[in-house]
Design a protein around this ligand. Structure first.
Ligand SMILES: [Zn+2]
Length: 303
């Protein structure tokens, strides 16, 4: 088990060389150092955190890195999570071109291992339909079965939410939050795969024309619609990718405006005035982009 987890860690760390050597030095190559709960630099005011730690209380160990605090059972399970967490922190901060948010509040990550206990805990929070994790008020609750090798971008997706919550504490619209989490974590996952010697491109999924949701509908959801979960995440990801690729500086301004709870239509008119000043003008151009590559071999290869 230790050998396996060391290999996983080494693979994860190798992607860090794509960031900078300095980042790797900051994160360190060793497993997390366990510290007493009383010695943690910060407490989690989230009541769900307290409830998590009340489940089989003597099992929990604790550790922290620069931006996160971890509550876990085994360090070989928590260490790769910590490497991914700090990696995604840097990827997001770089993407949104922001320095450290004011204050140095860390995000808490609770890692359950026992399926029974996770099941018991799940009843207390709202599971994200995409990843099966629970993200609540800037804290993340996940289950990791040590015997199951995790793949894909689901942990990265949740960590992007955590990091975005640090920068936009008052919240951003659901399509933007989910779309951005998918956009960043898919790209980061592709670089992770490439670092392990695989040929991998970010797998942005195209939207079958019949599944396309009007943007006025997509942008109004406050929670992923249960009958169209997959379509909601994919179209949100495509929309974020489209806006960011069309005009990155103005995408960041739009993000800030939506972080201040401005209506989407107003922000669009302000920051994309010549390209698409209304939602329907945006939709006209976005519709083609959303279904690009649908049914092609490229799309099939990516599924
Ligand atoms: Zn999500």
């Amino acid at each position: 088990m230790h050998r396996l987890s060391t290999a996983t860690l080494a693979a994860t760390i190798s992607i860090l060389s794509n960031v900078t050597a300095q980042d790797t030095a900051v994160i360190g190559l060793n497993s997390l150092t366990e510290i007493e709960f009383s010695q943690l630099s910060q407490r989690d005011p989230n009541p769900l955190g307290e409830k998590a730690l009340a489940i089989h209380p003597d099992q929990w160990k604790h550790a922290e890195t620069e931006h996160f605090i971890y509550h876990f059972v085994h360090d070989y399970v928590a260490t790769p999570v910590s490497v991914e967490a700090e990696f995604h922190y840097r990827v997001v901060a770089k993407e949104i071109e922001r320095d450290e948010p004011p204050g140095d509040i860390k995000s808490h990550i609770y890692i359950f291992e026992n399926p029974q206990e996770w099941h018991e805990f799940q009843a207390l929070g709202k599971l994200e339909p995409w990843t099966g994790g629970i993200h609540s008020e800037g804290s993340l609750f996940i289950q990791r079965d040590p015997s199951y090798k995790f793949s894909g971008n689901t942990l990265g997706h949740e960590i992007v939410h955590l990091v975005m919550h640090r920068f936009y504490t008052a919240g951003i619209p659901r399509w933007l939050d989910e779309g951005f989490a998918q956009y960043i974590s898919k790209d980061a996952h592709a670089s992770y795969q490439r670092a392990r010697g695989y040929i991998s491109k970010p797998h942005s999924e195209s939207i079958p024309p019949q599944d396309f949701m009007p943007l006025s509908t997509l942008t109004a959801f406050t929670y992923p619609p249960s009958d169209r979960v997959h379509a909601f995440y994919n179209e949100s990801e495509r929309l974020v990718r489209f806006l960011a690729e069309t005009d990155k500086p103005n995408f960041l301004k739009l993000l800030d405006a939506l972080g201040r709870h401005q209506p989407f239509e107003n922000a669009l008119a302000e920051f994309y005035p010549t390209r698409f000043s209304t939602i329907s003008a945006l939709e006209e151009k976005f519709r083609d982009y959303a279904s690009k590559d649908f049914g092609s071999s490229l799309q099939q290869a990516s599924n």
